[in-house]
Design a binder for this molecule. Sequence first.
Ligand code: G6Q
Length: 576
Amino acid sequence: MFAGGGAVTLAGNPVNHGPQTFNPLIRKLSMSVPSDLPVWQSLKAHHAAIADLHLRDLFAADPDRFARFSRRFGDLLVDFSKQRVTGETLGLLIELARQAQLPTWIGRMFDGEMINHTERRSVLHVALRNRSNRPILVNGEDVMPGVNAVLEHMRKFADQIRRGKWRGQTGKRIRDVVNIGIGGSDLGPKMICEALEPYGDPTLRMHFVSNVDGAHISHVLAECDPESTLFIIASKTFTTQETMTNAHTARAWLVKELGDESAVAKHFVAVSTNAAGVSKFGIDTANMFEFWDWVGGRYSLWSAIGLPIVVYLGMDHFTELLDGAHAMDEHFRTAPLEENLPALLGLLGVWYIDFFGADSHVMLVYDDYLRSLPDYLQQLDMESNGKSIDRDGQAVRVNTGPILWGSLGNNGQHAYYQLLHQGTHLVPADFLAPAQSPNPIGEHHPILLANCLAQAEAMMVGKTEAQARADLEKQGLSGEALEKLLPYKIFPGNRPSTSLFYRRLTPQVLGSLIALYEHKVFVQGVIWNINSFDQWGVELGKQLANAILPELKGDRSASGHDASTLGLIRFCRDED
Ligand code: G6Q
């Protein structure tokens, strides 16, 4: 661990085991099956005992409920008092974390051990924002000098762009920055640039191209002037089909428009771990920003993948983002489980998924700047914990990661909240909102906040039959007409939510918030005994797409597929 000042030790080497045989140290630590832990049965019994309690009554019985079940973290307020828990529930959940050896696993991650055992990698996004600079060793080598060198490279480059010192081939200042990447090389920087727009350079327009659908890059290129456009090709592997296709299209466009192959050097930079691939593409590796295999794609916005963020916001604001994440890292690493926000949020998720049978979790975001947060968190959560084989290679016996979805809450109110209030699914929710708006126009912000607060309250308290009846009577209804309408007007309530409110959406607050969710996902992976850091489930579709592509292009006749796939290929080729 970081504590103690000296160099931390590391790594789950000596290795020499294939992806299917596991590190014996990790095997020893695996508790294998969460439902075999003694406390799991206690939680089941406790669930049966409290499942019918209504949050209305829990609040009525305990005037201190808000104080007991909310926590402050700097400018962040996390209120989980509207969760269907009692003090006993929390005690049992914390015991679950202990029996699953959560504190040990936290230590292993921060110590750089090879906890991503199927890819034989350490998991060190925390090193990218290790503002304390304490050494973190991977294979005996401190990664911090490398981390700091890349940050410095990013700062210098971003300063040149922002000060107009780096110019396009014809001498024009850079005005459009196009990040070409997908998945982890897109969602994080896009979300952060949008979220922190009030801190951004208003003379720069940021674009993010991810989709291989030609419509995406065509639309973006149509908005850009080739003389003043910079492309950042962001790909850890520099082999991703969508990214490389878009990158080659952008390159061809630029060369055609400027009529000069050498313009590539002034208009393309790369973020990658693959220097050979970058060089082959024609980008000088001096303009390549590197990162490392211990940075997972969906955990990479803190690395050189954050280059568009640094260009747009400047290094000072990026540093504040890292500071916020580091503060949450330190909290996660050192706070007792009872106070530990990622642990508490992770355990609450497990409570609903495994004991109430909830299969989804909704993000209700009352902050327009965070409009891409649900997409970002969807990847973080579902790619990390959408797993059904545990760390010991066995099928899991409990439900794992939820279907994570959501959007801007105020818009959702007029779309899908009906299901949240009166549908048959129990969908735990996170409400996010800033107490202060950077755009205090008229009454917009109080109206936004009133809606957020009201929805969380409505989901929790609901409306009883007596209240619904009284409302209808007030409206002048009576007799059969009233009785017929009455059942539709009742809201069961007892729909759980956590409210995450912050004073203002600063880089620091955002850094802490994202790190909170990253660690929440890790906590759940530990409880479920799964590896949250691999993603083998994305491979099969890629392999099949590579097989189908030549068939679609007519380079090879389609064969070896099921009748449905064959029929669809023929339709696309206009052969039927
Ligand atoms: C994230 C995933 C995935 C990845 C993309 C892009 O954890 O690994 O979303 O980020 O597939 O990969 P490249 O950066 O290699 O192009």
